[in-house]
Design a protein around this ligand. Structure first.
Ligand SMILES: [Zn+2]
Length: 125
């Protein structure tokens, strides 16, 4: 269901909530490259859990929860930390890229629909 690029994910579990579905995923790729020097880093716990709105399933709301891994670079000065990032969401977005695209397309389609009042007037003449 979830495709990813450099960071592979696996469906950890899924549960049905009253208003939809909650899917918890975790990263299966544990190597994280330093955001500064791009070299492999050492594990450094995990970041905060993120909730992302995803494409609806059978008309129900779908939320994906992911807790990204963090790592620390021992090569760079100050030992900076890096949070793992998958390519199917942006770090500061409340939803997945697929859901953003879905919303954008639905807004475009809505804008392209003819004005119903206009059709009534034109249809009468
Ligand atoms: Zn580094």
């Amino acid at each position: 269901m979830i495709r990813s690029g450099p960071v592979k994910t696996q469906n950890e579990n899924c549960c049905k909530k009253s208003d939809g579905y909650l899917i918890r995923v975790k990263n299966s790729k544990i190597e994280i490259l330093c955001r500064q020097c791009r070299k492999p880093t050492q594990p450094y716990g995990s970041g905060r859990t993120i909730s992302l709105r995803h494409l609806p399933l059978c008309g129900k709301k779908v939320t994906i929860e992911i807790t990204p891994l963090r790592s620390q670079c021992l090569n760079c000065e100050g030992n900076p930390t890096t949070t793992q990032q998958a390519d199917w969401y942006d770090a500061k977005s409340p939803c997945t890229k697929a859901y953003e695209k879905h919303i954008l397309l639905s807004l475009i389609n809505r804008a392209l629909l003819p004005n119903p009042i206009h059709i009534v007037f034109n249809g009468g003449f």
